[in-house]
Write a protein of this length. Structure first.
Lengths: 462, 261
């Protein structure tokens, strides 16, 4: 038929399309930039969603690990969060910027340990002292509602009761040691340090570090499980060393109470709570059931946030696609109108309707593909920014964790993950495909109109 | 006797303008033989361009037939007309109508787009034609770097590129100064003599029209009965009939005795 022998003509048509696009450079540039931004949105949003999803998955797995701790564990602490963040009280509206991370440290006197030990069914009590370092660090957080600078302790000093049975049975110390060794029973004057603190102290294994004015030897370095979290910057040491160096002699901040078996758990928790109320100690007691409940609620909230984010993302992508198509549509309509006479000439010298139509569609596709390149560049460079701007909740836990402060979920983890929202190859290829498709779709009607133009009318057009 | 390549039968064209009917062409019968160089002359609004558009399959008559190469093109559907325009008709316009973003050789190649010719064949053919119109040196120049006369030469080369049955020229000298205009007419005449190209030219300029072999007159959409022999430049004697002095083909007066040629 008429197209059978026209294979080679497309090369000429493509050359003409490229020349036509580059004829009006400023206009082409503006259109390509406008289209490029739409494309960038199309690329960045899925990347943001993926980062969100990853962040969500990692949180879920962290929580699952946390929750699945032995069913006989009863956590007793002095603050609502185990880590002791009480700057943001439970139930704070989710819209409030995350200002405060100041610790309001409350401790329990060690004498309570003996009281608890007398409760029926208590097997072991592991004491911890978690306090903030004196050194602080400032971090600037960019959120859709503006930029906030927060000041937080540089690291956590964790004193652990170095009992070999406890170390073996309850995994109270980090296990992924990358250099040196872990702490062991009888250690004193030594620390186990997270790898992300070695730069700050500028030390390695066997070096001396000064903590709160006292000198310690680094015996080991461990790799934190979730990078970027403030909690992961920790120095572990003997409990008594920690008490001395932080001026908390006789104090602990957390107790892990282990029951003989599950049947004792609720009873023990109840006795501790009663005790806490009677002496106004303000203790927070968390059992397996509590942890499970919180976990479920968090899971539901996280899922709902993620699904809301996905809905917003979907809407934004639809808008970006519509904007792209409309830009191509109007550009090509204008181009067709502007080049009416040219259409007349092409028809007069024997171009078929199909030839004319494909010429204009090709131009639409060329513009869109050029915009695709710009979009990919903007997308790759600006994906974290665009997704954080357009997806207010890239981090699905940013609000939930404040509502459920008993959890060890970390704001910083999700934040750092969302900041790495970079598009993958598939998204980029897909974006090019979508660009070409939108170019074709957007120019379909203008090209069809061009092809239907009467050559005689078109030749008369000035 | 030469073969008939183009014939119109009782050609009528009626336009509707603001509710009233305007008859642009009325009962036009023309016969064009292979190798003819015909000019159609008439004042503005006489229907010259309308007639040329019918002959070139750019427009359809209200009544009547246009028979091109034994094919009644008025019965061909719009979808099939592009082939006729591509292979059987070559257009030369008053305003040249070259593509500004293509250079001379690419402009000439344009009508070959979609033909079976290879890229090299197309280039060779376009070169051949540019040489024929005397623009070998201007192949790579885009229209804005060519003079009006050169642009029209490129347009003529483009019209000839697919070896059309007929070349239709709509006021081809209308945008040119008289010297360049005469050069263009001379070129068309030369093509007619050397290549046997059949040419139909419309113009309102009687001098230009007179350079064709046959002159037809159109007035108010009607072809006048009178028909004149033109002084086809290259066919006429190249000596003055009065004093016998040798003259140039485009001389209008004898340089010696001043006789109008």
């Amino acid at each position: 038929m008429q197209h059978a022998c026209e294979g080679e003509s497309y090369l000429g048509a493509l050359t003409r399309a490229v020349r036509n696009v580059s004829r009006r450079k400023i206009r082409a540039l503006l259109i390509i930039i406008a289209l490029g931004f739409s494309m960038a949105i199309m690329i960045s949003i899925p990347a943001g969603i993926m980062a969100s999803q990853e962040s969500y998955n990692s949180m879920i797995s962290n929580m699952r690990e946390e929750t699945s701790k032995t069913t006989t564990l009863i956590e007793v602490s002095t603050s609502s969060g185990r880590g002791g963040f009480s700057g943001m009280p439970p139930g704070t509206p989710s819209g409030t910027p995350p200002f405060g991370f100041e610790r309001e440290e409350v401790f329990i006197n060690e004498t309570i340990v003996e009281e608890i030990r007398t409760i029926d069914g208590v097997k072991d009590i592991v004491e911890f002292l978690e306090t903030s370092s004196e050194e602080t660090t400032s971090e600037t957080m960019d959120t859709p509602r503006g930029s906030f600078t927060i000041s937080r302790p540089l690291y956590t000093i964790t004193g652990v009761c170095l009992n070999s049975t406890f170390i073996a049975e309850y995994s109270i110390l980090p296990t992924n040691i990358t250099a040196g060794r872990a702490l062991q029973e009888g250690d004193s004057g030594v620390v186990l340090m997270s790898s992300n603190l070695t730069d700050y102290f500028e030390v390695g294994v066997d070096a001396e570090v000064e903590i709160n004015g006292e000198s310690f030897t680094v015996v080991g370095i461990y790799e934190p499980t979730s990078e970027g979290s403030m909690e992961t910057r920790t120095v572990y040491m003997n409990l008594s060393d920690a008490q001395t160096t932080t001026g908390n002699t006789g104090n602990v901040s957390r107790l892990d109470v282990y029951a003989e078996n599950d049947s004792y758990v609720e009873e023990i928790a109840e006795v501790i709570e009663t005790y806490s109320e009677a002496y106004d100690l303000g203790l927070y007691v968390t059992t397996y059931t509590d942890r499970m409940e919180r976990y479920q609620t968090m899971l539901e909230n996280a899922e709902s946030t993620l699904s809301q984010t996905q809905t917003v993302a979907f809407q934004e992508i639809v808008i970006a696609i519509a904007a792209t198509s409309l830009i191509v549509l109007f550009t090509m309509l204008y181009t067709v109108r502007e080049r009416t006479k040219e259409i007349g000439i092409l028809k007069a010298i024997g171009f078929s309707n199909w030839n004319v139509m494909s010429q204009f569609m090709l131009e639409g596709i060329v513009i869109s593909l050029m915009a695709g390149v710009v979009g990919v560049v903007i997308g790759i460079v600006g994906a974290p920014f665009i997704s954080s701007l357009l997806l207010p909740s890239v981090n699905p836990f940013s609000t939930q964790q404040r509502g459920f402060p008993g959890q060890t979920v970390n704001f910083g983890t999700a934040l750092s993950q969302s900041a790495t929202a970079t598009p993958d190859l598939l998204t980029v290829l897909l974006a090019f495909g979508v660009a070409a498709l939108l170019g074709a779709l957007g120019s379909l009607y203008p090209a069809w109109r061009a092809s239907r133009t009467s050559p005689m009318e078109a030749l008369r057009y000035e | 006797m030469s073969e008939l390549v183009l014939k119109t039968e009782k050609l009528d064209k009626v336009y509707k303008l603001g509710g009233r009917q305007v008859r642009a062409l009325s009962d036009v019968n023309i016969q064009v033989k292979k190798g003819d160089f015909i000019s159609i002359m008439g004042p503005s609004g006489s229907g010259k361009t309308t007639l040329l558009n019918m002959l070139g399959c750019l427009d359809k008559p209200t009544y009547g037939k246009v028979i091109l190469d034994n094919l009644d093109v008025t019965k061909v559907q719009e979808k099939g007309l592009f082939k006729i325009r591509k292979y059987k008709v070559g257009f030369v316009f008053q305003t040249f109508n070259l593509m500004p973003y293509l250079n001379a050789i690419e402009n000439v190649e344009l009508p070959m787009d979609g033909t079976k010719k290879s890229k090299d064949e197309k280039r060779k053919r376009a070169r051949e034609l540019l040489k024929m119109v005397g623009l070998s040196e201007r192949e790579e120049h885009r229209p804005h770097r060519l003079s009006s006369g050169e642009q029209q030469r490129v347009a003529i080369a483009r019209a000839l590129v697919n070896n059309p049955t007929i070349v239709l020229a709509d006021e081809p000298t209308g945008n040119l100064d008289s010297k360049t205009g005469h050069e263009i007419i001379r070129l068309l005449g030369k093509l007619n003599i050397d290549q046997g190209t059949t040419i139909v030219l419309v113009t309102h300029d009687s001098l230009i029209a007179s350079r064709a072999g046959r002159m037809l007159f159109l007035n108010d959409g009607k072809l006048l009965a009178k028909e004149k022999q033109g002084t086809h430049l290259l066919k006429r004697e190249l000596t003055c009939t009065n004093c016998g002095r040798e003259i140039q083909p485009d001389d209008m007066f004898c340089p010696r005795c001043g006789k109008k040629l």
